[in-house]
Design a binder for this molecule. Sequence first.
Ligand code: PLP
Length: 583
Amino acid sequence: MGTSSIPVSLRNRLSKKRVTLTSGQLKVGVDVFRNLIFFLFLLKWTRKAALQLKGRGILGTLLGAYSSIQRTLYGLFLRAPVVRSQVKKQVADSIAKLEGKLVPQGPGISRYLTLPKEGWTEQQISAELSKLGEMEHTRWEMGKVSGTVYHGGNDLIKLQAEAYQKFIVSNPIHPEVFPVKLLLALWRETSAHWLQGVRKMEAEIVAMVLSMFNTPHGGAGVTTSGGTESILMACLSARQKAYVERGVTEPEMIIPETSHAAFRKAGSYFGIKVHLAPCPAPTYSVHTKSVSRLINSNTILLVGSAPSFPHGIIDDISALSRLALSKRIPLHVDACLGGFLVPFLSRAGFQTVPFDFSLKGVTSLSCDAHKYGYCPKGNSTLLYRNSSLRSYQYFISPDWSGGVYASPSIAGSRPGALLASAWASLMFQGENGYISACHSIVGAAKKIESSIRENPALRDDIHVLGNPLVSVVAFTSKSLNIYDIADGMSDKGWHLNALQSPPAMHVCVTLPIVATVDRLTEDLIAVIEEEKEKERVRLVEGRGKQGAAKGDTAALYGMAGSLPDKSVVVQLAGGFLDTLYKA
Ligand SMILES: *Cc1c(COP(=O)(O)O)cnc(C)c1O
């Protein structure tokens, strides 16, 4: 358009009339402009300050400011030249030690750092694979590993491998939504067959999972590569919805501090500001009043866990749902861990609470098929109350030179074979299979919980956090260092999880663990006795707590917990990730 749309007469007049400003007028103009900018700036920060005070209260704000000052000062201290070189050296030492443990070295180890010139024979590969399989790994078969392997049954594994093999070349990135592709696929008889089969299985996995959560008519879902992707997509969908429908450009979400780290990842990837809502003792479920106070016009999503990873606690989803409804904000329920347990609790004979789409405020729910769904790793689902919520996570590029591109989630090409083995696993297990597994697993968790609460050799030294209803039992100690107990259990071959803020540990019961519950209790009693004995010796020798030799967990979390600035922990963790890629 430009000037050509201005009528000619007006244009002439404009060009004739010279606008001349005296320097005084100019100065006034600049002043007004400057004041306006200052006013807007002030408005923005006043609003931020008001929201901060509303969200955290005066005391919370002061405490926050205090710890942020402490963090900054400590950060400066770490950056002082002498300290920095010292820290750098210690971090390097620790990482070198880790490498020594993780990366096998020595004359017996062959390393393959380039492609073999000629491909190997099947026999060679098979022999090498067997060797690799025997390299040191955690012995989940013994039932001493928390989480990780949820089923492990041989017949299921065989079935999954068979399903995988049948569909090994399939890739559902070419769904037949476009007539061209469909025609092409129909023309190539066989590929049409794969596509149809995988598409059908994927749609059925979603339908079966939807049917477990009281989903109303019109509910929709997708499969993803894991809980993290499901959570990322739920946050993205909420962000896009708020942008399109409410024009929110500075999105914020409120998550329980105990909710999974994947939500923080979503915040970091998608530019969503994350507010952590406290989950205080004794319930360890999210404090709904705090969530309410943190809501503002930028809030795009509320979150609750069913249950949470650290403490296995189901947040008060009913209260969150009421809040979400009254403020008209989406609510995501993270049932990644409990998705195949919580729906079956009451039929397995246990107490339960409402947590799913039966609560009107719940708009999305993530449920991992690769945990208690017993599918191979790489399988999760994300469900929505309606399909318009789902379409906010779609990525469609209509003008790409490679063709009209449409994909439902992060992945481009996807392994159809994994979907086939997931479908096979769900069909194999069946509803009764899941109910009976729930009965064994939650029953075992209850047994662990009641031993800790009632056994005289345990109840005085450790106590359970909150009231867990599902498969995770978290506990801590007032009399002993809980991380020493974690290290003691590691020495006895257990792989339990260490938790922080507050220091604690948990066991996540899986089918392989069910049979070893009594052993777990016995070992816990023994470890606690050993720790108390060490404490007595230390007292007698007058060495105090400092004299104690620390195991790995106690050393890491002891340090992490005592530092106001976590940059050293971040360096160590980054070094650990590097180590994973040392060939
Ligand atoms: C495991 C888990 C996730 C994340 O799932 P991944 O499959 O590891 O990406 C999310 N939330 C909870 C509660 C979990 O236990």
